[in-house]
Design a protein around this ligand. Structure first.
Ligand code: UFG
Length: 337
C-alpha cells in the first residue's frame, strides 16, 4: 500500500488516480486545510477505493502511528504542504512548522515503522533566479522565499537521513508549473479565494467569475515581453510519481529530478491557447511586474527521462482544454455541488 499525504489536494488527487490506474493500492491522508471532502466522492466515482482514507494533519505523530499501524505501508508520496510564495513571506513560521515540521513527523513515523521509501514534492523555485536555461538539476540552488526554503530543507533532511541509514530510498521531484485537470473534468484545481497562479485565474476569467486578467509585466527580456514558464499537465506530473515509485521499489537508488516539459510558454501564448480551447475571449490588462518574479524558466527534463523513462506527453492545447472542461463543469470548484 502507498501512503499519499495531501491526498485530496490538486496534485495528490490526480496522483491517487494515476496510482490506481497503475494497479497500486493507496491509503490517503489529508486534513482538508486546503482541499474538500468532495474530492473523495469524485475519486470514488472514478473507481478509486477511498475507504483507506484518514483525516489528519501530517504533523500529528499519533495519527501517523495509527495509519502505519492500520495499513501495511511500503512507500510514501508526500504532498501535504503549503505552497503559496507570497503567503510564506507573510507567515514564515507557519510555513516552517507545517512544511518542515510535517516532514519531520512523517519521516520519524516512517522510520519507526520500518518504511523508508519516499517520493518528495519539491519545486523548481529552489533554483531561484536561473543563471542559464534550460535549468538542470545541478544548477545553483538559491531559494528566495520561505516556501522555497522549506522545500530545500526537506530535500536536505531526506538526503541526510539516507546518508545515516542506507535503507532510505528518496526520490525528490522538482515540479515546474502544474496545470490542467483530469480528462473526466471531475477532478481539478480549486484554489481558495483569488488564484495566485496564472492558469486558474485565466480559467475564472473565461467562465465569467473575473472580469479580466492582469498580465504582470510585458517588458521582460522574452519574445513577447511577458513571463515564460514550463507548464506541465497535472496528469503527466501524476504519472511521474508512479514512475518514481516504480524506480525506488525496483531497488534503484535515490534521485533528484526535474519534472517539466522542457518548453517555455509566455503568459500571452497561454492566454491565446486558452481562448482557442474555450471559445471565450480573455480580456487582458498589462499591469506592473509582480515582485519576486523571474523573466523565464523552463526545465531540462532529460534526467527524468533517462532515469525514470518518464516524459511529458500532453501539450499546451490539452492542458487548456482539460482546465476548461473542469472549470466549465465546476464554476465554483468542489463547492459547485
Ligand atoms: N501571471 C500573470 N497574472 C496573474 C498570475 C500570473 O501575469 O494573475 C504571470 C506571472 O507573472 C508569471 C506567470 O504568469 O510570469 C506564471 O505565474 P504563476 O504564479 O502561475 O507561477 P510561478 O512560476 O510564478 O510560480 C509557480 C508556483 C510556485 C512555485 C513556482 C515554481 O506558484 O509555488 O511556480 O515551481 F514555486
Amino acid at each position: 500500500m502507498i501512503l499519499l499525504t495531501g491526498a485530496t489536494g490538486y496534485i495528490g488527487s490526480h496522483t491517487w488516480l494515476a496510482l490506481h490506474a497503475a494497479g497500486m493500492r493507496v491509503a490517503g491522508l489529508d486534513d482538508f486545510s486546503n482541499s474538500s471532502p468532495e474530492v473523495l466522492r469524485r475519486l470514488a466515482a472514478l473507481g478509486a477505493d477511498v475507504s483507506t482514507f484518514a483525516e489528519a494533519d501530517v504533523g500529528d505523530r499519533a495519527a501517523l502511528d495509527a495509519v502505519f499501524g492500520r495499513w501495511q505501508i511500503e512507500a510514501v508520496v508526500h504532498f501535504a504542504a503549503w505552497k503559496a510564495v507570497g503567503d510564506s513571506v507573510a507567515r514564515p513560521l507557519d510555513y516552517y512548522r507545517n512544511n518542515v515540521g510535517g516532514l519531520i513527523a512523517l519521516a520519524e513515523a516512517m522510520q519507526a515503522h520500518g518504511c523508508k521509501t519516499i517520493v518528495f514534492s519539491s519545486t523548481a523555485t529552489v533554483y531561484g533566479q536561473p543563471r542559464s536555461l534550460p535549468v538542470r538539476e545541478d544548477a545553483a540552488l538559491a531559494p528566495s522565499s520561505p516556501y522555497a526554503e522549506t522545500k530545500l530543507i526537506g530535500e536536505n533532511m531526506l538526503h541526510d537521513a539516507e546518508r545515516a541509514d542506507a535503507a532510505w530510498r528518496v526520490a525528490v521531484l522538482r515540479y515546474f508549473n502544474p496545470v490542467g485537470a483530469h480528462a473526466s473534468g471531475t477532478i481539478g484545481e480549486d484554489p481558495r479565494g483569488t488564484p495566485n497562479n496564472l492558469m486558474p485565474f485565466v480559467a475564472q476569467v473565461a467562465v465569467g467569475k473575473r472580469a479580466k486578467l492582469r498580465v504582470f509585466g510585458n517588458d521582460y527580456d522574452t519574445a513577447d515581453g511577458t513571463g515564460v514558464r514550463d507548464y506541465l499537465h497535472v496528469e503527466d506530473l501524476a504519472e511521474g510519481h508512479v514512475a518514481a515509485l516504480r524506480h525506488l521499489q525496483g531497488g534503484a537508488g535515490s534521485l533528484t529530478v526535474n519534472l517539466g516539459t522542457g518548453h517555455g510558454v509566455s503568459v500571452l501564448e497561454l492566454v491565446r491557447a486558452f481562448e482557442r480551447a474555450s471559445g471565450r475571449a480573455i480580456p487582458c490588462e498589462i499591469a506592473p511586474r509582480r515582485a519576486g518574479d523571474v523573466a523565464a524558466y523552463y526545465a531540462d527534463p532529460a534526467l527524468a527521462e533517462r532515469l525514470l523513462g518518464w516524459k511529458a506527453t500532453r501539450d499546451l492545447d490539452a492542458m487548456c482544454a482539460d482546465s476548461w472542461r473542469w472549470q466549465a463543469a465546476n464554476p465554483d470548484g468542489y463547492a459547485t455541488v
